[in-house]
Ligand binder design. Structure first.
Ligand SMILES: *Cc1c(COP(=O)(O)O)cnc(C)c1O
Length: 458
């Protein structure tokens, strides 16, 4: 084992040390995540059915819970090389400021123009669409990070990209919208008049500013109604977790390179893709009985699917066109309060992360946004990076855990996922700086109302 002071501030992998395969944690799970169901028949979705919505290769990845490794196609590896490996950073300055004996490391995924980890899956999904000879893809975007990542990937491969952007974000985040358009994407505020579901929602709720669930339904309808188009999604799905395993594989390789054994791994959880990707190789070791880790998923108190939701089959979108998934959910009708971590405002959770959580392989914690922004401010001032509000949920718990180590005088190795930068979230920072940010925790009554509307299956 090398001496602590030999650990560089940033641990990078050499190009030849970069992972060449994604890891599918489902292969090592004895009890698999429940199958996704066709919303019309309520039977497990077949490859044929799924291939009508998703690209064929991606549909195969979605349904495959036995193949442990998928080799990453060369063209995707070439794209990854433009912004990967992402650094694993030892937060020396933060440790010093907290005066903790803990060693804190963060895996930084904000080192690309889209500003988050979402590009890791965007390029994979765009590649398989292109390879299948499709003309383009459709998708939705809430806060805008996924739409931005997909626009970048599509422009690189020469694929048409149509993004349905939740209307309130379209209006409030003009810069995100313009980044997407600069990369050639067509961005439509949702609900729009382009689709049947959009027209229906506009008629029913005049002046509505939209929702993620509604934008998903519009994007799916739009893909199904155009020749040579498929729908792609930036989180929640098992295929997305597979692509995001690149985060965990790199992190593990970097730790191994310096003989560091992580004790605790922390990630923020919206749909569960960055967390699932970060923890996959480590969870694989736990499942195979090779090692143990404390894993913590962090979610907003305003949208607490793991900590206060139920484990049940639910719809992934408002229009109920996507397959149903068994997951920890607040109900597809749950509308979280206007929190500033847009990427964490999803009613459900990846079925892989949900099943791992149900088996006790990870724990979950919910945190309030004012505390999260305090942690973000501490981190920005001492480590230099201006974190995304979503990522700051993980920072908050990493700091809490490091302070606990100070009390107990334990030298734990804490690794957390820093999923992105917050340059497009300055309105949220402004609210925080002006002391106008409020916390909102839904009451049991509110949660029960949404949970009562879950479909009755099993
Ligand atoms: C989208 C997003 C998240 C949450 O999505 P997951 O699928 O849960 O990873 C977290 N951080 C950032 C910066 C994001 O853009």
């Amino acid at each position: 084992m090398k001496m602590t002071n030999e650990i560089p501030y940033k641990i990078y992998l050499e190009e030849q040390e970069m992972p060449r395969e994604w890891y599918n944690v489902r292969a090592d799970m004895k009890k698999k995540p429940a199958p996704i169901l066709n919303p019309n028949t309520l039977q497990p979705v077949t490859l044929e059915e799924l291939s009508g919505i998703f690209c064929e290769e991606l549909a195969k990845q979605e349904l495959d819970d036995t193949t442990p490794y998928f080799s990453i196609p060369q063209e995707i590896l070439d794209f990854y090389k433009m912004y990967r490996p992402s650094p694993l950073v030892r937060a020396y300055c933060l440790e010093k400021q907290l005066d903790t004996p803990a060693h804190i490391y963060y895996k930084f995924e904000g080192n690309n123009t889209s500003g988050s980890h979402k590009l890791n899956s965007a390029i994979a999904q765009a590649y398989y669409a292109k390879n299948q000879g499709l003309k383009g893809v459709t998708t939705e975007t809430g806060a805008g990070q996924w739409g931005t990542a997909l626009s970048m990937a599509c422009s690189y491969l020469g694929l048409d990209c149509q993004v349905y952007m939740v209307k309130c974000s379209y209006e409030q985040k003009p810069f995100r919208r313009e980044v997407m358009r600069t990369y050639g994407a067509r961005v439509t505020p949702s609900p729009s008049m382009n689709t049947e579901i959009g027209r229906k929602i506009n008629a029913e709720f005049p002046g509505t500013t939209g929702s993620l669930g509604c934008a998903i339904s519009e994007a799916v309808e739009s893909a199904l109604s155009q020749d040579g188009y498929r729908y792609v999604l930036g989180s929640v799905l098992s295929q997305v977790l597979l692509h995001q395993s690149i985060i965990g594989l790199e992190a593990k390789a970097a730790l191994d390179k310096y003989g560091i054994k992580a004790d605790m791994i922390i990630g923020c959880a919206g749909g569960g893709s960055n967390l699932g990707g970060l923890i996959s190789p480590f969870v694989g070791e736990i499942l195979r009985g090779e090692a143990n880790y404390d894993i913590i998923a962090v979610e907003p108190a305003s949208c607490p699917s793991l900590t206060r939701g139920v484990y049940a089959y639910d719809f992934c979108d408002t229009g109920k066109v996507c397959p149903l998934a068994k997951m920890y959910t607040l109900g597809s009708g749950f509308i979280p309060s206007a929190s500033h971590a847009g990427g964490l405002r999803y009613h459900g959770m990846s079925s892989v992360v949900s099943e791992l959580y149900d088996q006790g392989l990870l724990t979950a914690r919910s945190v309030e946004q004012t505390e999260v922004f305090k942690a973000a401010q501490t981190f920005a001032r001492i480590e230099g990076i201006l974190p995304a509000p979503e990522s700051s949920h993980a920072i908050k718990v990493a700091i809490d855990e490091a302070l606990k180590c100070k009390e107990t005088n334990e030298t734990k190795n804490i690794v957390f996922g820093l999923t992105g930068t917050g340059y497009f979230d300055m309105v949220a920072y402004q609210k925080f700086n002006d002391g106008e940010m409020r916390d909102y925790i839904p009451t049991d009554e509110e949660l029960r109302k949404a949970i009562d509307t879950l479909p009755k299956i099993n």
